[in-house]
Design a protein around this ligand. Sequence first.
Ligand code: DGL
Length: 256
Amino acid sequence: MDNRPIGVYDSGFGGLSVWRELYRALPDESLIYLGDGKNCPYGSLPEERIRELAVQSVEELLKHDCKLIVVACNTATAAAINHLRERFAELPIVGLEPAVKPACLKSKRKRVAVVATERSLESEKLRLALERYGEGVEVIKAVGRGFVEAVEADAEQSAETLEKVRAVIEPLLESEVDVIVLGCTHYPFLKRAIRQVVGERDVMIIDSGEAVSKRVESLLEHYGIKAAEENEPRYEFLSFADAEYCERLRRKAFDE
Ligand code: DGL
């Protein structure tokens, strides 16, 4: 048994979509969320800069005695996970990857879209996943332009955001994809707008949140570091931005 917290890290608000899954699935676990906020968005930063920020963030979470880290950011995972695992060799670290495997398996038309940041779409990780699972499947990649900014501004419901979502999603629908993979942890916050654009069409929208929480659960088991059932979990929200940003993180985490 180990009542130390799990650390969850993202460039900003996006990782809260993963945080919510962990909160639901692992009710005994304390969670410390670090949303950088100061350097967000990461999507078009050079890889080396993202690596530096990821190291800084994990170090910050370790000051809070975290027993396991979830890099709840596809972009930071693509740029930095190998580096983090080398540098913090003793620490269990879980990364985020686009749900390419289930998408390719579930697509009846064998046409799948992956929507993510520029950095993630260019990544070696995605290339390998597509090579492994994408045989016989046409995969269309699209950058969710303006999506991260909309979520950071709490503007998920605005008419302007809906237009941004439409501009990205409509061409994918015209290409007749039947599965859309959300390959950035900010994007699940835009699911409602995406569904609105999809309308009645038979299109599945999938993200990696649940798979990640299952992976965390199995690692806690594997290392024997689950929290005790009588543990009273605590939830903290940290950021490299200001106190108001931390407060907004907390609000968004518990917002329904
Ligand atoms: N939430 C992030 C991701 O999953 C990063 C988005 C960004 O900062 O550009 O890719």
